[in-house]
Design a protein around this ligand. Structure first.
Ligand SMILES: [Ca+2]
Ligand SMILES: [Ca+2]
Ligand SMILES: [Ca+2]
Length: 262
């Protein structure tokens, strides 16, 4: 390409970027194997398929490698999850810690819950959360089977210490498989009793994908108190967030893999 043609191309690209409104950003992005780093059996971290981890839990999350930037595990915090006691095999799976740890294999099997609500709060021990990374992903969740629709809505501070629920955003089950069709699916399947062999799905999204009580998208300045996920059948294995405000830097996962605050 000649120098003048190259500069013309660059100008056209700039013009296109200015004139064509950005599409609703990659909201509710289904992760591929390339987006995920886990600890392999030999202790070295890598993408799940590369380290041959499938069937050899724990599937310890070591962070994300999204095309727009890496998010190491040190930048992630675990949320505190509350939900109805699990109705399937409660003896084997009544430990809320299974969705508050770094192991993507430990999970809570659910089906037809009479109360489908799952609350996630106190990321890293902080009662509030606010964006720290601009237009990069903020929240991450995983589920086995990749087959369960859910809704998500922010829990927002209201007047006089009250809480206000934002409008629910519906995330159809079709969002669970990898969004990048030319990239491989996550190379991890459920190992152990319940949902055995079901494939792991992961979804990443941004605070700006959420809506307030008037239906307006949140901004990177919004402060939230938590997220309410609603799904009667989702089988979650982990809920994570990028560390929000500076105080939200002390994960307290059930498996003791905490990152010191400071
Ligand atoms: Ca887990
Ligand atoms: Ca963000
Ligand atoms: Ca499922």
């Amino acid at each position: 390409m000649s120098k003048s043609l190259r500069s013309l191309t660059a100008t056209l690209l700039l013009l296109a970027a200015a004139l064509i409104p950005a599409p609703a950003r990659a909201d509710f992005y289904g992760m591929s194997d390339y987006d995920l780093r886990v600890v392999g059996s030999d202790g070295n971290a890598g993408h799940p398929a590369d380290v041959g981890l499938d069937g050899k839990p724990p599937y310890t999350l070591k962070g994300f490698t999204f095309i727009d930037g890496n998010i190491p595990a040190e930048d992630l915090v675990v949320g505190q999850v509350t939900m109805q006691t699990i109705s399937i095999n409660p003896g084997g799976h009544n430990n809320p810690g299974d969705v508050q740890d770094w192991d993507l294999n430990s999970f809570l099997p659910r089906s037809g819950q009479s109360d489908p609500k799952m609350y996630v709060r106190n990321w890293g021990g902080s009662p509030t959360w606010q964006d720290t990374n601009g237009d990069k992903f903020d929240f991450f969740l995983f589920e086995f089977g990749r087959n369960d629709e859910f809704t998500v809505q922010p829990i927002l501070p209201g007047p006089n210490g009250t809480e206000v629920l934002g409008e629910a955003v519906v995330v159809p089950a079709t969002k669970w498989p990898q969004s990048a069709a030319d990239e491989p699916q996550i190379g991890l399947t459920r190992s152990g009793a319940d949902n055995s062999g079901q494939r792991l799905g992961g979804i990443a999204f941004k605070v700006t994908d959420l809506k307030d009580d008037k239906g307006k998208p949140l901004t990177n300045n919004s402060i939230i108190l938590g997220l309410l996920y609603t799904s009667g059948g989702m089988d979650p294995s982990g809920f994570f967030a990028v560390g929000g405000t500076p105080v939200a830097s002390n994960p307290n996962p059930a498996d003791g893999l905490s990152v010191p605050s400071g």
